[in-house]
Design a protein around this ligand. Structure first.
Ligand code: BTN
Length: 246
């Protein structure tokens, strides 16, 4: 990984630390990793449980030359990179739930949060946050996450994960895929994503600010949106919102 890695013990959120560095000109690839987050953040304003020494909590500074509308592609790219690294290093058969949750055994093991900062109407930088529940035990989960969150330790039959090795593998995969993406565009990433997806072909319930509908997930569009087919056969693209498999 070409970027500098900044290791921290306890932070509110690595997103904020990476943002501070990006604001003062940190180059693309700069990565912040923390042992613990006291205010870890998830998508849709949720909290992200990040206990000390149990996971990989990291945020990367990216400076892609991209229109804002295409940044969801980067989220999918990060999902593919993490999924590949997890499968390689741990053998846990992780799959991707659109847009960027990694599941194993039907429960969540990783979340990705991509935040973009704008300048003069264009993209200034992105912060790609990756949270991997590596060595959490069932007891590490608070009541409200039991049954929702799992970890590589739990899914791997109790074998602890070497977090350093896994983090290195994630960064290596990201480097490879990001170069591929810059050279050949979204298509190869899209194909990899589709091959790792646990969403495609499934009945899903789509919750958007416009309301809730049920449909079948059939593919990805070129912006990284999820294509769904409704009961009447019409295909629409979901760009943001929540998708539950039913
Ligand atoms: C989600 O699934 O809702 C996204 C979770 C993203 C969590 C990671 S952990 C590292 C980085 N710092 C944060 O505060 N959040 C992201």
């Amino acid at each position: 990984w070409p970027g500098e890695i900044v290791r921290m013990n306890r932070v509110a959120s690595t997103q904020e630390e990476a943002k501070k560095l990006a604001e003062i000109g940190a180059p693309e690839g700069t990565t912040v990793m923390a042992e613990e987050q006291t205010g870890g953040r998830g998508r849709m304003g949720r909290k992200w449980h990040s206990p000390h020494g149990k996971g990989i909590w990291m945020s990367l500074v990216l400076r892609p030359e991209l229109p804002l509308a295409l940044t969801p592609q980067l989220t999918l790219l990060a999902g593919v990179a993490v999924c590949t690294a997890i499968r390689e290093v741990t053998g846990v058969p992780a799959g991707i739930k659109w847009p960027n949750d990694l599941l194993a055994g039907g429960r969540k093991i990783c979340g990705i949060l991509l935040e973009s900062s704008l300048r003069e109407g264009g993209l200034h930088y992105c912060i790609a946050g990756i949270g991997i529940a590596a060595n959490l035990t069932e007891a590490d989960y608070p009541e409200e996450l039991k049954g929702i969150g799992t970890s590589l330790l739990i899914e791997g039959g109790g074998i602890p994960v070497d977090r350093t090795r896994l983090a290195e593998a994630v960064l290596e995969e990201l480097e490879y895929l990001y170069a591929l993406y810059q050279e050949r565009g979204f298509q190869p990433v899209k194909e990899l994503w589709e091959s790792m997806s646990v969403t495609l072909g499934r009945q899903v319930s789509v919750n958007t600010p416009q309301g809730r509908t049920e449909a079948t997930a059939v593919g990805l569009d070129d912006n990284g949106g999820l294509l769904v087919r409704s009961g009447t056969g019409g295909i629409t693209s979901v760009l943001s919102g929540e998708v539950e498999m039913i």
